[in-house]
Ligand binder design. Structure first.
Ligand SMILES: [Zn+2]
Length: 78
């Protein structure tokens, strides 16, 4: 398999954290995906896509425990 972005064949399975946005919150979920080591492009398989979607639905229903690991802050620089 080659990266469709940069054509590198340096692609490996890696544990990454996927960001899911729910309203103003960003929730990180650990997933294992193929990552291009050259440009950082991520390739999701169907199973991972489904896991992310299911997690998003659970989060929207508040069906999943989350812990606060930090805050997203906004600086008002106009
Ligand atoms: Zn690439």
């Amino acid at each position: 398999m080659r990266c469709v972005i940069c054509k590198s064949s340096d692609i490996q399975m890696k544990k990454v954290e996927e960001e899911i946005e729910i309203g103003d919150d960003i929730i990180l979920i650990p997933v294992e995906v193929l990552v291009c080591l050259n440009c950082g492009e991520r390739y999701y398989d169907r199973k991972t896509m489904r896991k992310i979607e299911e997690t998003r639905i659970k989060l929207m229903r508040h069906d999943l425990k989350v812990e606060e690991v930090g805050k997203v802050l906004r600086a008002n620089v106009a």
